[in-house]
Design a protein around this ligand. Structure first.
Ligand SMILES: Cc1ncc(COP(=O)(O)O)c(C=O)c1O
Length: 464
């Protein structure tokens, strides 16, 4: 065994791997370098980053402008207590104000998406007391810490519940998931029942302070609701005095083509929580953005929240640089062109693979939902299989094969996450999709041919 391999094994033996049984993590891939849309292992093998790591490296790797901003800040003032102002946080707030929707102009800075949501929950519960309940949705992930994991609908919450780690006062609403509608209805005849049900839920529950949504659901499906959904939710929240929180941790920062995904529906939430692409993942930074109503409330009330690393200058230094780079990139028109190409190519690819039940998405944010049978929509794996000890998930098998062939694709239990950095070119998309084409053969072999075409469940305007 080489020294390097031994050190990697020692490292694994002495660290907790996230979201996993530790016995399965003995020899993680050693990554030594990354540039553009590629990262490189210690042998020099290149991998196309087709999921932007954890859907966060929106600018790709080694962006020189962001790196320079961080280096300059490290040399000047890497840390100062949050109660002082500093040039880095001043510039970050100035930059945020150029992209946030009008009215969302009071910010709290932390270092992770989960913290951004913790702060949001605390703010709304304080401001809306005695109402305290937060409605979330089953197809969601909001973070790992107590309040955020309580808001999470995906199976990671089950473990937090077993550990008695969740907070009370969270209810789950049915998802806006047209491929598997929880009401067994079809748009548009459904009348967007998934939105209307929220009105019923808020009235019957009582004491509801807020509704939290991922405007385009991230890990749990790249779900895009019908056009009426968010305007209806906004109206329902307004009618009941309930705050609308948009968790844009993953869907923000031009991932879906606009700075924040909620812009697609012209809806302004009361709070936006975000992280990931806010720095292009160059520094750990997260933001809770609040409306004037909340800002006003805390003029007189104590905002009883903080961290040693709140408003961390080094973390904040990446924000204006990343925002500048993202704006420049979007102004070039390349991401829009490549997104259209990616969508066309993915739609075509999905046709050719029996195991793809549904293809959906927007911007640089797509899902291939794998099924055994397109007609019955029988899945290969379900939520309860996510942490199975006996079963290798089909999505995981396909992703592992693609990785062997040099393309990194993040798998969830039912979908593959196609979310490349926004700098990717058409030729690079084609290169990655050629690999995916081969890897999907693994799933195709276990799918049945029913002659049913692939579904494109989020093409609301065109296909219906
Ligand atoms: C929508 C959403 N919210 C919150 C989080 C939590 O962010 P973090 O991992 O930075 O705590 C994530 C992470 O993937 C996310 O996708």
């Amino acid at each position: 065994m080489t020294d390097t391999a031994a050190r990697v094994r020692e490292y694994a033996a002495h660290s907790f791997h996230t979201w996993s049984r530790q016995k399965g993590w003995k020899a993680p891939l050693l990554v030594n370098d990354a540039e553009g849309i590629y990262f490189y292992d210690h042998t020099g093998k290149a991998y196309i980053d087709f999921s932007s790591q954890l859907m966060c490296s929106n600018l790709g790797h080694k962006n020189p402008v962001v790196i320079e901003a961080i280096v300059r800040q490290a040399e000047k003032l890497p840390y100062i207590v949050p109660s002082f102002a500093n040039e880095a946080t001043i510039a970050a707030v100035e930059a945020l104000r150029t992209v946030m929707p009008q009215g969302l102009d009071r910010f709290f800075f932390s270092t992770s998406g989960t913290e951004a949501n913790e702060a949001a929950v605390k703010m709304v519960r304080q401001a809306c007391a005695p109402a305290y309940k937060v409605i979330s949705r089953y197809k969601s992930y909001h973070g790992s810490t107590a309040a955020s994991i309580s808001l999470t609908g995906d199976p990671r919450r089950w473990y937090a519940e077993q550990a008695r780690f969740t907070v009370p006062g969270v209810c789950f609403a049915p998802d806006s998931y047209c491929y598997r509608c929880p009401f067994a209805l079809t748009y548009p005849q459904c009348g967007v029942q998934c939105a209307r049900y929220l009105d019923y839920m808020i009235r019957e529950e009582g004491n509801v302070a807020a509704l939290i949504v991922e405007p385009v659901v991230g890990t749990n499906g790249r779900l895009i609701p019908p056009p009426e959904y968010y305007p209806m939710l906004r109206a329902i929240c307004d009618a009941h005095g309930v705050m609308l929180i948009a968790d844009e941790v993953m869907s923000g920062w031009f991932r879906t083509g606009t700075a924040f995904a909620m812009e697609h529906w012209g809806v302004v939430p009361d709070l936006i929580t975000t992280a990931k692409g806010a720095s292009g993942a160059y520094t750990p930074v997260a933001v809770t953005a609040a409306s004037g109503k909340l800002a006003e409330f805390f003029e007189e009330e104590v905002f009883c929240h903080g961290h040693t690393y709140a408003f961390h200058p080094l973390a904040a230094a990446a924000v204006p640089a990343a925002i500048g780079e993202l704006k420049k990139l979007m102004a070039s028109g390349q991401p829009q062109r490549v997104s259209a190409h990616l969508k066309r190519q993915l739609y075509d690819l999905a046709e050719r693979h029996l195991s793809v039940g549904d293809v959906r998405g927007i911007g640089h944010f797509f899902a291939l939902e794998l099924v055994k049978n397109r007609k019955t929509r029988e899945p290969f794996d379900v939520k309860a299989d996510k942490f199975s000890q006996t079963k290798a998930l089909m999505t995981g098998r396909v992703a592992a094969d693609a990785m062997q062939r040099g393309v990194y694709i993040s798998p969830w239990y039912d979908t593959l996450v196609i979310a490349p950095p926004l700098i990717i070119t058409e030729a690079q998309v084609d290169e990655a999709l050629a690999v995916l084409e081969s890897s999907l053969a693994i799933a195709d072999r276990e799918a049945v041919d029913t002659g049913t075409p692939v579904s494109r469940s989020t093409e609301y305007a065109k296909d219906r």
